[in-house]
Design a protein around this ligand. Structure first.
Ligand code: IMP
Length: 205
């Protein structure tokens, strides 16, 4: 498998500032020069696939082919057991066109109320991240990470992004929104996917 080495440029193929921050932090120790897709003026491709793998590939391949550089994309979401895994691959869509995650979390609450899902004191949920590394020739490598826990209502905390204020990881009492960012990314789904990515693709890891 080809590897990335210190000093190589890597496009972080996302327009989500929370993800750019977390992925750049994870890459920092390896001396890669991480550049967000937005800095190349790339549009965000429409996520037309119905799986995390499909959408991660689509975003990474688009960025790698457009820039001629290797690109790393994340497709992620939250899966809530009482909602049969929803919002899942549609996690971002639940936030509407303005990506307002207070709306998304309200929708979770409404759907949980409609299904009597809150009666379980700790309704099971997990975050999932699929990372895709794409090379400019279109070849790809895929890595998956999950963090399990439960959701709570009402939302708590202003750290992180997305659904962080309603998710509590197993063994924790604070939501991801209340945790120090360093603590969250030590255990997050994205970090777990990143561990596999770095073992396979980063020189010196
Ligand atoms: P996408 O991967 O761009 O389709 O968007 C995934 C969505 O999942 C994000 O917009 C977030 O709302 C949510 N999400 C992914 N990772 C996290 C996380 O670490 N915390 C909170 N929400 C997340």
């Amino acid at each position: 498998m080809r590897r990335l080495k210190r000093g190589d440029q890597l496009v972080v193929a996302t327009h989500n500032p929370g993800k750019v921050w977390e992925i750049s932090k994870l890459l920092e120790p390896y001396g890669l020069h991480a550049v967000a897709a937005g800095e190349f003026g790339l549009e965000e491709p429409e996520e037309t696939e119905t799986t995390f793998v499909g959408n991660a590939k689509l975003k990474a391949v688009f960025a790698a082919e457009s820039t001629g550089l290797p690109a790393l994309a994340d497709d992620s979401g939250i899966e809530i057991d009482a909602l049969d895994g929803a919002p899942g691959v549609y996690t971002a869509d639940w936030a509407g066109p303005n990506r307002d995650f207070s709306i998304a979390m309200e929708r979770v609450n409404e759907e949980m109320v409609a299904r009597d899902g809150w009666k379980d004191p700790a309704p099971r949920a997990n975050f999932i991240s699929v990372l895709c590394l794409a090379w400019p020739d279109g070849s790809t490598e895929l890595f998956e990470g999950k963090v399990y826990g439960h959701i709570e209502w009402p939302p708590r905390g202003t750290n992180g992004f997305g659904y962080d204020p309603i998710f509590v990881a197993d063994g924790e009492t604070l939501t991801f929104g209340e945790m120090e960012p360093a603590k969250k990314y030590a255990i997050s789904h994205r970090t777990r996917a990143f561990e596999s990515f770095k073992r396979a693709c980063l020189e010196g890891a």
